[in-house]
Design a protein around this ligand. Structure first.
Ligand SMILES: Cc1cc2nc3c(=O)[nH]c(=O)nc-3n(C[C@H](O)[C@H](O)[C@H](O)COP(=O)(O)OP(=O)(O)OC[C@H]3O[C@@H](n4cnc5c(N)ncnc54)[C@H](O)[C@@H]3O)c2cc1C
Length: 443
């Protein structure tokens, strides 16, 4: 028996029921545009299933500004934990009765001369327009050098890490110092585990400065409203690592030097594994200095803003390093170290191979302008820095969803007739598919 979805046609299909897909749905609903959101798992599952137990937002709760659904809890300056975030996202879908179908994954997206064909785990659907909102952090990335570690070591990606008790007794190697790596290293450190941390080049930011959360200052200074087109090198902005800081226990700085004083072992970037040794680049000192320099630079821009606006903010001493490495450690013997597990906090990649439309660049990144691709009617939402800093976050997705909704509405009201147009010429072979299934019913 075929699934009730099979063969249906919608004006718009939204793929992915995370905060981006739901925001899109809210904005389409507000414009009276018929649509369906396909979610292959459950609403909120990214937050529920791919974050650790003590996970907290690093952005303050007041920045949770989903369209029509700003944070209404009692702690706007605080940082929601994992369960609260899941509730916030699920409540969003429930409150507005958004048309989400859970447990249905899109497995293929093709263009036909008559519209978009979306193959799903429950049959084929067609649509005049499609929004891909499948998340900014899709595929866990682990370097292949992992294969050179002894089988006896337990290895996890940060998205699989839950708590210290999940790891065998012994010392832990954490690789990577983006937000996940730093927060997981802290989680283990606070639980009394000896952590060896391979420090990369991610920058850091202070939690508070001159009487306020740094996010509040940057928000007031307009930083989060700056569009990607204001930056000379958009790629450098889009693909750089996030600043590390935490919202845990009310929020505080993450100072790796302070951890080192308390016994955490710091190394430079992991460059190789051989003969039972971990090898590190000689860049620990450089990486720590660079992270501090970014944090202090942000403070300088806040100082300048305070002076310019004549704001009566309290003065604050600048950071002075509390620890310096004696030397850049070059290697570590696995057998001598007592390391029994490794948490790879080495980030995420994208997987858009299921999208059979020629809109990608050489890295598999979708080429787009504010989420609008060169294939008319095909959009992306929720990409990091899609347009602003907040695009891939709770604070900026509303503006992007509104922008796309207005573009979608133009085509919708203009009487789009299942015909896909290419904004920059028809790519070769783009219609050469043989499995077009004509819609049987129109929703
Ligand atoms: C460790 C970490 C910390 C973060 N901290 C913050 C923070 O403090 N503040 C903040 O604002 N942001 C934060 N973010 C960034 C961002 O808010 C989250 O990544 C958020 O989950 C992005 O929402 P999304 O809807 O774009 O994607 P997701 O939440 O990833 O949702 C995408 C959905 O699409 C579904 N899906 C994927 N492929 C398909 C398919 N083919 N068919 C159907 N469904 C599909 C998935 O099941 C998923 O539910 C953090 C991200 C990470 C990884």
């Amino acid at each position: 028996m075929s699934h009730p979805l099979d063969g249906r046609h919608h004006s718009v299909l939204v793929i992915g029921g995370g905060q981006a897909g739901l925001s899109m749905s809210y904005c389409l609903r507000a414009r009276g545009i018929d649509h369906l959101v396909l979610e292959r798992d459950e609403v909120g599952h990214e937050w529920r299933d791919r974050r650790w137990d003590m996970f907290c937002l690093v952005t303050p709760n007041w920045q949770c500004q989903l369209p029509g659904f700003p944070y209404r809890g009692g702690d706007p300056e605080g940082f929601m934990g994992r369960a609260e975030i899941v509730s916030y996202v699920q409540e969003y879908a429930r409150t507005f009765g958004l048309p989400v179908v859970e447990g249905v994954g899109a497995t293929r997206l093709r263009v036909t001369p008559h519209g978009f064909l979306v193959r799903t785990s429950q049959g084929d659907l067609t649509a005049d327009q499609v929004v891909v909102a499948t998340g900014p952090y899709q595929v866990p990335l682990i370097p292949r050098m992992t294969e050179r570690l002894p089988e006896s070591l337990v290895q996890l990606h940060s998205s699989q890490y839950r708590n210290p008790g999940q790891l065998p007794a012994g010392e832990v190697l954490v690789v990577g110092t983006g937000q996940s790596g730093c927060q997981i290293a802290e989680d283990l450190h606070l639980a009394g585990r000896r952590v060896h941390l391979s420090v990369g080049s991610a920058p850091r930011v202070a939690r508070r400065y001159r009487g306020r959360d740094v996010v509040a200052w940057l928000d007031e200074m307009g930083y989060y409203r700056r569009g990607i087109d204001e930056f000379a090198d958009a790629d450098a902005v889009r693909f750089r690592a996030n600043h590390y800081v935490t919202g845990r226990d009310g929020g505080h700085d993450i100072d790796l030097r302070a951890f080192a004083l308390e016994g955490m072992r710091l190394y430079g970037r992991l460059s190789g594994i051989d003969s039972g040794f971990l090898r590190f680049r000689p860049d620990l000192r450089k990486n720590l200095d660079a992270a501090d320099a970014v944090s202090e630079g942000i403070k300088s821009s806040i100082d300048a803003y305070i002076a310019e606006q004549r704001i009566g903010a309290p003065a604050e001493e600048r950071y002075t390093p509390v620890w310096e490495p004696d030397a850049d450690p070059a290697e570590l013997s696995l057998s001598d170290s007592g390391i029994t597990s490794v948490v790879w906090s080495t980030g995420f990649g994208r997987d858009h191979r299921w999208i059979d439309v020629p809109i990608f660049d050489g890295r598999g990144y979708p080429t787009h302008d504010r989420g609008v691709t060169s294939c008319e009617g095909l959009y992306f939402l929720g990409l990091p820095w899609q347009y602003t800093w907040g695009s891939g976050r709770f604070c900026g997705v509303a503006a992007d969803a509104e922008f796309l909704a207005s573009r979608i509405e133009l085509l919708y009201r203009g009487g789009k007739s299942h015909e896909v147009r290419w904004l920059a010429g028809v790519p070769r072979g783009s219609y050469e598919n043989d499995d077009w299934v004509a819609p049987r019913t129109v929703a």
